[in-house]
Design a protein around this ligand. Structure first.
Ligand code: NDP
Length: 319
């Protein structure tokens, strides 16, 4: 089968398409024919060595496809069934082995591309909007990179829950953020003044910041007294070590740095979040924007585009 492999860490040029033996499912595992593999920022961190991998490694973690065969002890999945997953190393490939506990069945009304697009970014948006901060009617939220993969989904979910969204993104992408329901879209440089204006001087209740190094300080200044700063990524680089007294000086703020793994490890929690997200898609309440699709051989370009800020919405590799 064809797969996208790295033998060393580095820039997008280390991504190489190779022919390898297909994997075999062990006990508790399922072999899947990949129909769409999600491209995520975390794949670039792994490629670059920020999160170490044992090499050589086939990249990718998220996807959707059809069950080919099941290993010993697997129940509840049938050959040919459409399934999706957020975490199966080696998903940039024609076939991948997925632990059965990671697999979810894709219901009628959701196709493979939509499913692959929301397993990582959609579930992330879901836990951010519902659990990290239980946004509701009247919540004022600032969403950075609102036209991105997580950003477009998070903006829609916040609005679904009755929140008001102030968004940032590149000016050329502003219409997309507005289309997702953002009430106001501003340039990164205009935070925090825009946050005060948006809330009659008070500051927003919560900031969702995935940009990190370049936006962190302004994000803190956008918050109300006792507001919540959710730092969930570092698309511009990681935030340097931080003096916690700053939280006191800026209004008794709260700061959290969550990951999806803490909000979807329990199979019941994973199932509940997935069910709600798939339900919104099939009911037409959540628009999944597939911004760009690439062949496996174009994985390098997909990473260059993502890191180069040339993308909107979800990126998929189609084996
Ligand atoms: P995006 O589609 O959001 O792409 C990143 C976007 O960030 C760019 O398109 C760009 O939008 C914006 N950006 C601002 N500054 C920079 C910069 N210096 N370099 C690159 N991009 C920049 O990616 P994803 O949706 O895949 O991921 C978004 C972030 O969320 C990532 O940091 C990722 O690690 C994190 N994440 C965290 C998870 C968690 O559970 N903690 C889970 C999933 C993702 P614009 O041009 O509009 O500024």
């Amino acid at each position: 089968m064809r797969a996208v492999q790295i033998t060393e860490t580095g820039g997008p040029e280390v991504l190489t398409v190779v022919d390898v033996e297909p994997p075999r499912p062990g006990p508790g595992e399922v072999l899947v024919a990949v129909e769409a593999a999600g491209v995520n920022f975390i794949d670039t961190y792994r490629r670059g060595g920020v999160y170490p991998l044992q090499l050589p490694a086939i990249l990718g973690s998220e996807g959707a496809g059809r069950v080919l065969s099941t290993g010993e002890g697997v129940a509840g999945f049938a050959d040919g069934q459409l399934v999706a997953w957020k975490e199966a190393p080696g998903s940039y490939a024609e076939q991948v082995v997925v632990p059965a506990r990671e697999l979810v069945a894709v219901p009628e009304g959701v196709d493979a591309r939509q499913a692959a697009a929301v397993m990582l970014q959609g579930l992330t948006a879901h836990y951010l909007a519902t659990s990290t901060y239980a946004a509701g009617r009247g919540t004022a939220a600032l969403v950075h990179a609102a036209a991105g993969g997580v950003g477009l989904l998070l903006t829609q979910m916040l609005v679904l829950r009755g929140a008001r969204v102030l968004a940032t993104c590149s000016p050329a992408k502003a219409d997309l953020a507005r289309g997702a329901g953002a009430e106001r879209v501003v340039d990164y440089a205009d935070v925090p003044a825009a946050a005060r204006e948006f809330t009659d001087g008070r500051g927003v209740d919560v900031v969702y910041d995935s940009v990190g190094k370049d936006t962190f300080d302004a994000s803190l200044d956008a918050l109300r007294t006792r507001g919540l700063m959710v730092l969930y990524g570092g698309s511009s680089g990681q935030v340097p070590p931080f003096d916690v007294q700053t939280l006191n000086a800026k209004g008794g703020l709260f700061l959290t740095r969550p990951s999806l793994v803490q909000y979807a490890t329990d199979p019941a929690e994973l199932a509940a979040r997935t069910e709600e997200v798939f339900g919104w898609i099939s009911a037409g309440r959540l628009d999944v924007r597939i911004g760009h699709t690439y062949a496996l051989a174009e994985a390098r370009r997909a990473h260059e585009d993502l890191e180069g800020r040339r993308t909107t919405g979800k990126l998929l590799l189609l084996p």
